[in-house]
Design a protein around this ligand. Structure first.
Ligand SMILES: CC(C)(COP(=O)(O)OP(=O)(O)OC[C@H]1O[C@@H](n2cnc3c(N)ncnc32)[C@H](O)[C@@H]1OP(=O)(O)O)[C@@H](O)C(=O)NCCC(=O)NCCS
Length: 427
């Protein structure tokens, strides 16, 4: 490993430290030869003080057991009907897999514990069909899991739920993972599967806003075999988990590459953290001018008239708190150059240092990506170190500006610094 790789990781560490990642592994991956590498990657996460909960499925093993015993399982993934025989197969398969995970974690000196933290009730009778021993997650024993996590122990959660009367139910591991992520306020939910990620029209989705995934699901535009993962990823994000990843567990270093690089290897579904940001409307022009007046006076921002703003009104966005605009930004696209300019970023002094500036920048980055733009540029006279140290821009030259924009830049005589950021996917 190159020392520069470590430097790259460093930017993520403060954000991830003491936060919880739920890692949901399909049964087929637990018995894959790459699983030992995944456990090593988990040991790396643990060494950075990231709290890890490991959930596993058992479908592939239930199927194999059923074949070996010449019986037919009534359901494989805990979503259909689980009869008594299939529950027995699920118990054998899940216990075997949990044991393999505990063994593997021991090999990398990780303390781990198999838990009964998922409290389940019968899924019940749906459209006249009794689902028998299929359960649904009723509640998660958060206190129990937090106690383990605080002690540096990795909880291992099988796809089984327990009720207060000592009965066991087969539960779907993806839904367990979502419920755990919600209950523990996880920062990330990572599904490790046998596929590269989610696909739409045969193309891998590298990243997608949850709102767009919701639409794909509504319109039934995902292949049937990916529906369950997609639905669970969307459910987690809709419930406030900021990032859900779906990756292929057969790729060496896949987990670390996904967590610690901008490009990732699979699919990233991300929640809208930008609900307070909206496009400006005509009636907002007065507030924008009033908001930025002081900054124009001190030459932090270039003066813009009502007419110039109105002409490009669709480029302007506002950040509101209790319906009051407290920040603004503009995104001017230059499609012919494959670039866009982030401009007129302003946060009112009463709301500075709360991360609003960074949110506005991330928001414009996402918008620019949606426009298919590969590079974002910004000009600044007094906040250039902010763009560099807080938002990952680097110093460019006037040559980085699209031709027409460069002309205006030369004419203005402001000698602003040119800042450039290549757009990969959100971290
Ligand atoms: C620059 C500006 C957008 C930052 O907004 P913000 O919401 O306060 O910023 P964040 O909360 O995201 O980040 C705060 C951090 O940035 C630093 N920072 C703020 N302004 C800075 C500046 N001009 N130069 C360098 N660093 C700056 C803060 O010290 C703080 O650092 P810390 O996290 O290490 O404590 C805001 O101060 C502003 O509107 N400035 C005037 C307008 C301007 O210059 N716009 C840019 C031209 S497009």
């Amino acid at each position: 490993m190159k020392p520069t790789d470590l430097r790259g990781i460093l930017q993520y560490v403060p954000r991830f430290r003491e936060r919880t990642f739920i890692i949901a592994v399909d049964g087929a991956i637990v018995t894959d030869e790459n699983f030992a590498n995944i456990l090593l990657d988990i040991a790396v996460l643990r060494s950075l003080n990231i709290r890890v909960v490991l959930v596993h499925g058992a479908s592939a093993q239930i199927q194999a057991l059923a074949e070996a015993q010449h019986v037919v399982a009534s359901d494989l993934d805990g979503a259909g009907i689980t009869d008594a025989g299939t529950l027995q197969l699920a118990l054998t398969a899940a216990n075997r897999l949990t044991h393999e995970i505990l063994e593997g974690l021991s090999a990398s000196d990780q303390r781990a514990a198999c838990t009964n933290a998922v409290i389940a009730h019968p899924l019940g009778i749906i459209q006249g069909l009794d689902h028998l021993y299929t359960g649904k997650v009723e509640r998660v024993d958060v206190e129990f899991l937090q106690t383990l996590l605080k002690e540096g122990i990795v909880p291992v959660v099988p796809p089984l739920g327990f009720d207060g009367d000592g009965r066991t139910y087969r539960v779907n591991s993806d839904s367990v993972a979502v419920e755990l992520a919600k209950a523990l306020g996880a920062l990330k939910l990572i599904f490790i599967t046998t596929r590269e990620g989610l696909f739409c029209n045969d193309k891998l989705i590298h990243q997608m806003l949850v709102a767009d995934l919701n639409q794909l699901l509504d319109k039934n535009q995902l292949p049937p075999e990916l529906q369950s993962k997609a639905r669970h990823a969307a459910a987690a994000c809709n419930a406030g988990i900021p990032r859900v990843h779906i990756i292929n567990g057969q790729v060496d270093e896949g987990l670390l590459a996904e967590v610690f690089s901008n490009e990732g290897i699979g699919t990233l579904i991300y929640a809208n953290e930008y609900q307070q940001i909206r496009r400006a409307m005509k009636k907002d022009i007065r507030s924008i001018l009033a908001l930025t007046k002081g900054s124009v006076a001190t030459e932090e921002l270039v003066k813009r008239t009502r007419a110039t703003i109105e002409k490009q009104l669709e480029d302007y966005y506002l950040f509101e708190i209790d319906r009051n605009p407290v920040a603004c930004v503009a995104l001017h696209p230059y499609p012919e150059a494959g670039k866009a300019e982030l401009a007129f970023l302003y946060v009112s002094p009463s709301h500075e240092n709360q991360g609003i500036g960074r949110k506005m920048i991330q928001f414009t980055e996402n918008k620019a990506r949606e426009l298919g733009v590969g590079e974002l540029i910004a000009l600044s006279t007094q906040a250039f170190t902010y763009f560099q140290s807080k938002a990952g821009f680097s110093e460019g030259t006037p040559e980085d500006l699209p031709p027409g924009r460069r002309e205006k830049y030369e004419q203005s005589g402001r000698k602003s610094k040119v800042l450039v950021k290549k757009l990969t996917r959100p971290a």
